[in-house]
Design a protein around this ligand. Sequence first.
Ligand code: GTP
Length: 686
Amino acid sequence: MDDPITAVASCRRTNLLEKDPLLYIFNEMYKSHHFEYEFETEDKEKEEEDEEKEKEEYMAAESVVFLDTPLASPYNNRIRPLLDAIDELRYFKLMPEEGIDINHTLPIPTIVVIGDRSSGKSSVLESLAGINLPRLCTRVPLLLRLQSSDYSTPKISLHYNGKVVSANEKTLADKIIVATEKIAGKGQGVCATPVTVNLKKQGLPYLTMVDLPGIIPVPEDVYHQVSNIIMDYISPKETIILNVLSAASSVHFSTCESIRMSKQVDNTGTRTLAVVTKADRSPEGLLDKVRNNDVEVGLGCICVINRIGHESYEQARCKEALLFETHEHLSQIDKSIVGIPALAKKLVNIQETIMKKYLPDIVLKIEEKIKTNLDDLMKVPNPMDAVIKASTAVGSIVDHSSTFRKLVDEYSKELQHHADRSSTFRKLVDEYSKELQHHGDIGKDFLVDEINKLKDARTFGPSNFLSRQVFMSLVEEKVKTISEVPSKFIEKYWNYVESVCLSVLMSDFRDHPQILSSIKREVQNLVEKTKQHSFGWVNNIVEMEKHSNYTTYPEYMETLKKLMAYQDEFMKILTDDSREKWNVQIDGLGEIDIGHLRGLEGYVLEAFDMKMRLIAYWEIIVKRLIDYTVNHCLHYTNQSITSSREGWQRMLESSVAKHKERLETSMEVLERSKNVVNDLIEKFGK
Ligand SMILES: Nc1nc2c(ncn2[C@@H]2O[C@H](COP(=O)(O)OP(=O)(O)OP(=O)(O)O)[C@@H](O)[C@H]2O)c(=O)[nH]1
């Protein structure tokens, strides 16, 4: 009869293996005298030959890894539906966007393998993942990231020191050795820099398994380095700790260093599982150790026999099954705690328990989100009401201003008494008016500019014509000094209108940030457009004032007459040699020092006349600028309210509609997600 491998192969053919594999193998082995464990044979030569042949077949095989890995089957039955559901939730675009982050809400555990040096850690991982790992001692953390993908051929890559190296099943072990040497050197030194191996293949479980350097008591620095690495990896709460203990070791399980370490981070042992390896090497006494729970870790312990030498994974599993079934000592151990498949099942159960613990929390979060969405929906204001409110608020600026306009007519003194000084608009206009008037002050050297200009002009031509020119140039100079003032008022005014609109609209849509941002944008665009138009307009007005000197305002002549009435008094004081101080008091201009004009009498009379005309005319300019600018602003405010009202309404309606649609879709998604999670709870909660 064939050896166990051939037996398995032949059962596969006949489908008997599926029915009762152990019994079948057992019978076949019994018949063929291959019963003794370790497959001892008298014909050593034949054994060596067979081994060599197996090795060749093994190396020639297309795919020596990723057979149906022990973890894959229980994983696919239990965890895969959970992950599929999570994918579905991701597809619904639930999570971060909805304020529920599935990656944080549902952690996917990592399996970390720790234990003494050569206890069989890499072998356990190898057995679980069905992947060749180097048989040399592990000196850097090895992170195996298993991932399911659509590709039937595995994709393997190594990542370390910022490098990515691709590999295949046959070269992987060698490439891990090269990577380890590059990181930790060629000696026996260890290093915390990890090598990550990404493995993608159809049907693989989504899992990260970490192989860590083994613990050795000496040298002390290596012991400390390894301890630190182990503590770093086993501390996170989502980690499942596989504490690997060799049955062949003389050390008592409970005094093992790795047990002490895992107890430090997982006192109750809720995430620690002991794996006793090399059961084949020390079968005697193992039952007692396991039964007495020498290990005392919360999740108990599983005894395994790993692949050794050039055995294939299938061979190793058959051998393991056979020994635990038939060996006089090993067969005494409870079947639920022996073998790699039992370990895989247990790990999947642990993972499932951890993941399931979070499911009710997800449902709760989803329900909360549905409730806030519903509240939001109820609270979305009517766009029409909002627009009316905003228009009315802006309109009230216009209403306030009509009183002001009357007051402007009665001029600034009256303004002080009648204006409603609390209104922001009134304050703006008041400031504007004051600034313009301030530029009308007579300044320090009374009449000096006028005299200089007249002197210059005399040199060139007939006096009549030139005095008009001088007046025009004085007007232009004066207007230049205020050319920025109207633009500043315009800027402030439209900013004020913008803030009024926004504050009204914002208060209505405060709880709806998505709508708020589009409202803000729309209002800002509209105001900016109007503002630019206003700037153009007001600059034209300033230009016009610079180059014209015409007015029909009767106030001009009245003011001029009043001022000219001081001319005689002014001359009398100026020509009075007996004085020590030469000051003249003029109504509206205050007390003016004119001592500096003595000796310039030839130009003074004409300069006085020019100055008084300029002062009278400046009042008209100020009045006109205020009237123009304020009227312009009011007119444009009215116009923009009327013309933009419909636009605003449309904009708001579409924003509100979009917002409502978003909320409704999100609720639908949330309801569906909740059902998915509830289904899972119902299915797996049992
Ligand atoms: N007979 C037998 N040998 C085993 C078993 N498990 C592991 N071995 C052997 O023990 C030796 C060490 O195994 P590894 O898996 O490399 O041990 P490790 O704990 O990863 O070693 P370090 O990384 O050096 O700490 C290898 O020769 C394995 O073939 C087992 O269950 N039975």
